[in-house]
Every structure is written in structure tokens, then in C-alpha cells.
Design a protein around this ligand. Structure first.
Ligand code: FES
Ligand code: FE
Length: 446
């Protein structure tokens, strides 16, 4: 195991090797580096908490995490959304243990201190006897320093000096808007998030969703052969072309677009697409939605989305849905994946059921695609943890499409933000992710 100073040594090695597209294997397994990530990244970045719509009524709450820390995501009695540290102010007992529910008060199971759903301390047993003169207002629950939302998605940040959410998302908003703002009702979250545990580092999923297009034809070959998704949508040359956008204020996007002017809209049926309103987006954004076969991306550090059209049976038409996921760190080589399935609010209930079915059957624990990825990622964690890799300073290769190696010119007149290339045959999105990681891991603490 690396000592504290060895964390800096690994980071120095990352900085030296990254310019050549290499990444030391230890980045995906070192326990001390992981501990540093919790402080330097998860305690400073904006991270996704949940959807406003998950808590429709006053008193609704759900347990969420920032890094490994537990927080209560709650709509208080006045309707305000709060992100409260799930720890009693008395002696730190975990205040709320249920995953979700509705309550006006949270009462500690240890000695019974009770808090309103705003976080205010309202009752302390034996207060008159043992806490004479106690100022209850000084003992409310701690809360995340900043909470804000974008397109109905709530993010929180533990660093009071961090820039606001809009600045943090930056240019990535242009791409998020394509996914979330096509209709006046926006995207509706369907049910509770699915959660599952994978023996791999959290960055494995986050970097994959930046646009690891070259794995799709290999890892997911059986799904393609089953005919559940058009081969072009999965990156094969033909009727689709690939696009990758890097350096998007630290975030990255990958898209596969139908060639020509056909309306694809991720295979949503006409009953849904007739609600798509071109006036809500720029012409360039709407055109990307119109030709969209698959769009995916990662907002650094651990929020990803996937907008895709596919089917789960050769007998059924393909349909579209949007997946939002979080790669929740739970250890150097363990993560919990959280996955929400969404569809346009204006869709019929029957279509929403279909979208939910498509989501659970493809990118979810029992999903055809998901099972392929989670068969691969733990092997990378084992390699990264190995003595041999440490002894030999093994590095992983992210050189595809780097600099002069890339036989593809960037799109000079790209109408959106970021650095766009007209090919999926590159690893620039993943390099953007790891550059953001290095920047945050090496920037001085506030
Ligand atoms: Fe909560 Fe004592 S730890 S009341
Ligand atoms: Fe995959």
C-alpha cells in the first residue's frame, strides 16, 4: 500500500505519462489514492444527488451519498429541497436508516434527539434535567454547503467556495439540454433507481461513458448478433457516423448519428416525437437530436447519461429511453452503480412502461449490455491491484486518436462547444476525464 507521500509520487507519474496517453494501473486500485479522491474530488466537485421529481411531496426523503458519506435528500415542510448530513449532532449515530419515505421529523435511534425535516433540532430527551439553557438552534443537522438543480436534477457540493453549478457544468449544458429539454414537460424519471455492486473502481464506469466506443463491437457482440440494436448505433461503420466531443469544460460526450436527414430521435415512436419542440433548442442541437441513435456522456466526476434506441426482442420495434447513472465509490476496487430510467413526460403510460422495460433489459443489473461490462471491469481492478503491475509500473494505454496518431481531422466549424472529432475511433473523451481527475487531485485545497 502506498504511503501518503507515495500518493504524490503516483500523481507525479500520472502527470508525466498522461501527455503520452498512458495511465498507471494503480490509479484504479490504490487505497491511499482512493482515500485522497474522496477528499480532493468528492468533497469539492458538484455531484448528482437525485431528481426533484423523486420527492414530490413535503416530507419526502431518500438516502443518497456524496463520496462515501451518507446524506438525507429531503423536501422540507415548506417544499424546499435540502441535502442534510445523515449524522446525529449528539454523538454521530446514523439518523435515518430507511432508503426512502416521508416524515416531518427524523428521530435518532440512539438517545432520541429529534430534528424537523429542515434539519432544525426540535426535541432533546431530558432537556430540562440535563441540558439547561441549551440553544437548540445551534445543534441543527449539518448540510451540504451548496445545493442547486439543472433540468430537474439536483446536485450538491460540499465546498462553499466552489463555483456555482451552472459554471461547473459549463459547456456541457449544451449537450445535456439536447437530452433533457426537447419537450416542455422535460424527462420524467420512471420509478426508483436500480442499484448494484461491482468489484471495480468507480472511474471505470465514468470513463467508459465518456465514449469508449471501441469496446461496443467487441464486448457487446452477442447483443449485436441478437439484433437488439442496429450495428451502426453501436459503432460499426455504415449508415451512422460517430462523433466525440472532448474538453467540454472538463466533461465529455460521444454520439452516433444517422447519416442524412432522416428523423431518428433515438427510435422514440411518433406519439412521443410529435412533442419534440425545435423552438426549445438551437437548430444545431435539434439536428443532433433528430439524427441521434445513441448519445452518452459523463459530467465529471461520476454522473453519466445514455440516450439510446434499441429493442429487447427481434419481434418488437426499437424504442428510446434515457438512462442516468451514478458511479458511486464504495472502495478502491468496489463501486455501487445507481441507474434511473427516464422517458419524455408527454409519452403515454403504455410507452413509459415500454421504456422502463427496455431500460431494465439493456443497461441495468439484468440487462444484456450491462452484464457484458461488469464481466470485464473487475478484471481490470484485479490487474490494477496486482503486485506484478506495481513492481513493473504497468500503465494502461489511452493513446487511440492522440495527437498525430489520429488519422481524423477535428471539425473546425462544429456548432457546439468543446473539441469535436467526426469519429468514434478515439479515446479523447476518456483522456478528458482523466485530465479533469488529475487537475482536481493536484489542485491545492481551498
Ligand atoms: Fe443521536 Fe445520541 S447519538 S441522540
Ligand atoms: Fe459497454
Amino acid at each position: 500500500m502506498a504511503q501518503a507521500s507515495e500518493v504524490e509520487q503516483i500523481l507525479g507519474r500520472v502527470a508525466r505519462e498522461m501527455t503520452d496517453g498512458l495511465l498507471p494501473a494503480q490509479v484504479f486500485a490504490d487505497p491511499d489514492l482512493y482515500r485522497a479522491e474522496l477528499r480532493r474530488i468528492f468533497a469539492r466537485a458538484w455531484t448528482f444527488i437525485g431528481f426533484e421529481a423523486e420527492l414530490p411531496s413535503p416530507g419526502d426523503y431518500a438516502l443518497r451519498r456524496i463520496g462515501e458519506d451518507s446524506f438525507i435528500f429531503v423536501r422540507d415542510g415548506e417544499g424546499e429541497l435540502r441535502v442534510l448530513f445523515n449524522a446525529c449532532r449528539h454523538r454521530g449515530s446514523q439518523l435515518c436508516r430507511a432508503d426512502w419515505g416521508n416524515t416531518a421529523h427524523f428521530t435518532c435511534p440512539y438517545h432520541g434527539w429529534s430534528y424537523r425535516n429542515t434539519g432544525e433540532l426540535t426535541a432533546v430527551p431530558a432537556r430540562d434535567m440535563g441540558y439547561r439553557g441549551m440553544d437548540l438552534s445551534a445543534w441543527g443537522l449539518h448540510a451540504a454547503a451548496q445545493v442547486d438543480s439543472y433540468c430537474g436534477m439536483v446536485f450538491a457540493c460540499l465546498d462553499p467556495s466552489a463555483p456555482p453549478l451552472e459554471t461547473y457544468l459549463g459547456d456541457m449544458r449544451w449537450y445535456l439540454d439536447i437530452q433533457f429539454k426537447l419537450t416542455s414537460g422535460g424527462m420524467e424519471v420512471l420509478g426508483e433507481p436500480h442499484r448494484w455492486i461491482v468489484d471495480a473502481n468507480w472511474k471505470q464506469g465514468a470513463e467508459n461513458f465518456c465514449g469508449d466506443s471501441s469496446h461496443t463491437q467487441i464486448t457487446h457482440r452477442s447483443v449485436l448478433e441478437a439484433g437488439y440494436i442496429p450495428s451502426e448505433a453501436a459503432g460499426a461503420p455504415g449508415a451512422a457516423h460517430g462523433l466525440q466531443v472532448h474538453d467540454c469544460d472538463g466533461h465529455a460526450v460521444s454520439m452516433r448519428q444517422q447519416k442524412g436527414s432522416a428523423s431518428v430521435f433515438w427510435d422514440y415512436p411518433e406519439e412521443v416525437t410529435r412533442h419534440f419542440d425545435s423552438a426549445r433548442l438551437s437548430t444545431a442541437q435539434f439536428d443532433l437530436a433528430r439524427g441521434g441513435m445513441a448519445h452518452l456522456g459523463t459530467v465529471f466526476p461520476n454522473f453519466s447519461f445514455l440516450h439510446v434506441g434499441l429493442t429487447n426482442s427481434r419481434e418488437q420495434e426499437a424504442g428510446g429511453y434515457l438512462s442516468v447513472r451514478v458511479w458511486q465509490p464504495t472502495g478502491p476496487t468496489k463501486m455501487e452503480i445507481w441507474n434511473w430510467i427516464l422517458a419524455p413526460r408527454e409519452a403515454s403510460d403504455a410507452y413509459k412502461r415500454r421504456a422502463y422495460q427496455l431500460g431494465t433489459n439493456s443497461f441495468s443489473p439484468s440487462g444484456t449490455f450491462e452484464q457484458d461490462d461488469v464481466a470485464i471491469w473487475p478484471g481490470i481492478a484485479r490487474t490494477a491491484s496486482s503486485v506484478f503491475a506495481e513492481m513493473n509500473e504497468v500503465a494502461f494505454n489511452y493513446q487511440m486518436g492522440l495527437g498525430k496518431r489520429f488519422n481524423v481531422a477535428p471539425i473546425e466549424d462544429w456548432p457546439g462547444p468543446g473539441h469535436a472529432v467526426p469519429s468514434n475511433a478515439g479515446e479523447g473523451g476518456m483522456r478528458t476525464f482523466h485530465e479533469s481527475w488529475l487537475r482536481m487531485m493536484t489542485s491545492p485545497a481551498p
